[in-house]
Design a protein around this ligand. Structure first.
Ligand SMILES: Nc1ncnc2c1ncn2[C@@H]1O[C@H](COP(=O)(O)OP(=O)(O)OP(=O)(O)O)[C@@H](O)[C@H]1O
Ligand SMILES: [Mg+2]
Length: 511
C-alpha cells in the first residue's frame, strides 16, 4: 500500500455533556484517499466525535489539524471552509424544493446561474456515479435519492473530507451497493471518506481502515485487510462475546391471528396488498422477508388498524375470552388493548412514537398507561418499566429522567422497541427492530423476541438481514409486490431460496 498523507488529525479531543463524558482524549489520523470506518457500540461517542469535525459541537479541549495545520472549527460553515462536509442521519432538505434548489441553497454568489449550477450537478453525478434528477422535488424522492442529494450538496461545495453517519441504516442492500461504489470512486479521486456503520460486513467490504471507540475512548485503528468480525466485536465491546441465536421448537402453538384474503389499495387505486392470507401462532416467530416497500409496512399497519382494508378479514383468537374478534371492526387503540402490538422502526427514526423532549419514564406512560385512572399519580409503574428496559437493553443514559433527545440514536431506538416488548403483548409485531443498533444490542433484541416466543406470544418479525431471518424464525413468509410469494420453514429455508422469492414477479404486479 502506498504511503498516504494525513488529511485530518485529531489530538486529545474531549467533549462532555454535563456530567457525561461523551469523548475522552481521542487522537486519530485520517489520510487523504482513504475510507475509514468508525465503529463502536450505541452511545460510544461516534456521532459526537464526527460532529466536532463538522462544526456542530466544539471540543472541550484538544486540537484539530487539517493538512498539518491547526484549525478552529466553530460552525458547519467553518467546516465547509476547510472542505469538510457531513451527511447526517436526519436529512436537512426542504421538501418542496428541487434537488438543484436544495443543493445551491445558502450559497452566496452574485453571479449565480441556475443553469450553470444544474450542469455542475450533472457533472458531479457523472463523475462519481450518482443518479440524481436535478429537477425532481425532494418530496417525490426515495430515501436513497434524498441521501444522494445530500452527498452531492457537500461535493458541490467542494468537500474533500466527507463524513457519513450511518448512511446505510435506511438503505436496501441494492442501494447500499450503489452507495459503496460511489464512495469508492470518491476515494480513488483522492477524497477522504469517514463512515459510521454498525454492520460489520460493510466495514470489511468498504473501508481501508477501521477505528474503534468504546465508551468515549479511542481503542485503536486497524487495517481492514487484517481484521475480522470477531476481532472487531471484541475491540468494540471489550470482551469476547458469543453472538448466537438460540432457536427453540415452537410449543403450545395456537392460531392467534388468522388473516384472510386481505386487499388494500392506495389512494390512486394501485393494489398495495393483494389476497394476503396467513396465520400467526402463539409460541412461534413468523418472519416476513421482502424487498423494502413490498407491502410489509401496510400489512402490519392493517393488522394494527392503521391502514384501510378494502376486503378480507383479520381474526384475532383471544386467549382470554376464547372468542374470535375481527380486528377490522376495531380502532387502533382497541386493537392495542387486546394485546396486539406494533413496533415499527421507520426510516426516519425521529418520528417514531417517542417525544424527544420528554424523559424515558414519561415516554413509557405515553403508550402503556393511557387507560383511565390518574396518569400522574401512577408514575411508579412506568418508572420501573423504564428502569427495567434500561437494564435489560443496556441503554446508555445517565438515568430514566433523561430526555430522549439527549440519547444517542441507537439508544433512543432501544427505548422504543423495549416499550412494546415490555407491554405483555399476545401478538408482537416488530418491524426492523435492530435498525441502527450495534451488534451486541441486536442480539439482545433477538433473544428478547425468543423469550417472548417462549412465553407464548405470537411474534411477527420483519427483518432485512436474511442471515438473521433463517436463524431466528420458525416460518418465513416472503412478500413480493404486495403478494405472498411463499411461506417457508425457517429451519430448512436457504437465503438463496428467499432471495429468489423476494424478486418473484407475479401477474398483475401490485407495486
Ligand atoms: N446533546 C446531547 N446532550 C447530552 N448528552 C448527549 C448529547 N449528545 C450525545 N450525548 C451523549 O453522549 C454519548 C455519546 O453519544 P453519541 O450520539 O455520540 O453516540 P453514538 O456512538 O453515535 O451512538 P449510536 O450508535 O447509538 O448513534 C451518549 O451517552 C449520549 O447520551
Ligand atoms: Mg450516532
Amino acid at each position: 500500500m502506498s504511503k498516504k498523507s494525513p488529511a485530518i488529525e485529531l489530538r486529545d479531543i474531549s467533549k462532555h455533556f454535563g456530567k457525561v463524558a461523551a469523548i475522552k482524549d481521542v487522537s486519530l489520523t485520517v489520510n487523504s484517499g482513504e475510507i475509514l470506518s468508525v465503529l463502536g457500540e450505541n452511545g460510544s461517542g461516534k456521532t459526537t466525535l464526527m460532529n466536532m469535525i463538522s462544526g456542530i459541537y466544539y471540543p472541550d479541549n484538544g486540537q484539530i489539524l487539517i493538512d498539518g495545520k491547526e484549525v478552529v472549527i466553530r460552525s458547519p460553515k467553518d467546516a465547509f471552509d476547510y472542505n469538510i462536509g457531513m451527511i447526517h442521519q436526519h436529512f436537512k432538505l426542504i421538501d418542496v424544493f428541487s434537488a438543484t434548489e436544495n443543493i445551491v441553497l445558502g450559497i452566496d454568489d452574485e453571479k449565480f446561474d441556475l443553469k450553470e449550477a444544474k450542469n455542475k450537478i450533472i457533472k458531479t453525478c457523472e463523475r462519481y456515479g450518482f443518479s440524481v434528477d436535478p429537477d425532481k422535488k425532494i418530496y417525490q424522492m426515495s430515501v436513497s435519492e434524498k441521501q444522494s442529494v445530500e452527498i452531492v450538496k457537500v461535493l458541490y461545495r467542494g468537500a474533500n473530507i466527507l463524513i457519513l453517519d450511518e448512511p446505510t441504516a435506511v438503505l436496501t442492500p441494492q442501494e447500499t451497493k450503489r452507495l459503496f461504489s460511489v464512495l469508492k470512486n470518491m476515494r480513488d479521486d483522492g477524497k477522504t471518506v469517514i463512515i459510521i456503520t454498525h454492520k460489520l460486513h460493510e466495514v470489511l467490504e468498504l473501508s481501508d481502515r477501521v477505528c474503534v471507540v468504546r465508551k468515549g475512548e479511542y481503542i485503536g485503528t486497524v487495517h481492514t485487510a487484517d481484521a475480522n468480525e470477531s476481532m472487531l466485536t471484541e475491540m468494540m465491546v471489550g470482551k469476547k462475546i458469543l453472538l448466537n441465536i438460540d432457536r427453540t421448537d415452537p410449543s403450545n402453538t395456537e392460531e392467534r391471528l388468522s388473516v384472510k384474503k386481505i386487499n388494500c389499495k392506495s389512494r390512486d387505486g394501485r393494489n398495495i396488498l393483494s389476497d394476503i392470507s396467513f396465520t400467526a401462532k402463539s409460541g412461534e416467530i413468523l418472519g416476513i422477508a421482502g424487498i423494502s416497500g413490498s407491502g410489509q409496512r401496510e400489512l402490519l399497519e392493517a393488522i394494527a388498524g392503521l391502514q384501510k382494508i378494502d376486503s378480507g378479514e383479520i381474526l384475532y383468537n383471544n386467549p382470554k375470552t376464547k372468542q374470535s374478534d375481527n380486528l377490522r371492526d376495531k380502532t387502533p387503540l382497541q386493537i392495542r388493548e387486546l394485546g396486539v402490538r406494533l413496533s415499527f422502526v421507520p426510516e426516519d427514526r425521529l418520528g417514531m412514537g417517542l417525544v424527544a423532549s420528554m424523559d424515558i419514564t414519561d415516554n413509557m406512560m405515553l403508550r402503556s398507561y393511557k387507560k383511565g385512572k390518574s396518569v400522574f399519580l401512577k408514575k411508579k409503574e412506568p418508572r420501573n418499566l423504564a428502569e427495567r428496559i434500561i437494564k435489560e437493553l443496556e441503554v446508555v443514559t445517565p438515568s430514566a429522567a433523561t430526555p430522549v433527545r439527549r440519547l444517542s440514536g441507537g439508544n433512543v431506538q432501544k427505548v422504543l422497541v423495549g416499550r412494546e416488548i415490555a407491554s405483555s403483548p399476545t401478538v408482537l409485531m416488530a418491524a426492523y427492530p435492530v435498525r441502527g443498533l450495534d451488534i451486541n444490542s441486536s442480539y439482545i433484541i433477538y433473544n428478547l423476541l425468543n423469550q417472548q416466543k417462549a412465553s407464548g406470544v405470537a411474534v411477527i418479525f420483519v427483518g432485512e438481514d436474511l442471515d438473521v431471518l433463517v436463524e431466528l424464525c420458525d416460518r418465513i413468509m416472503v412478500i413480493s409486490s404486495g403478494q405472498i410469494a411463499g411461506i417457508l420453514d425457517g429451519r430448512t429455508a436457504s437465503k438463496e431460496e428467499i432471495g429468489l422469492l423476494m424478486t418473484k414477479k407475479s401477474e398483475g404486479d401490485a407495486i
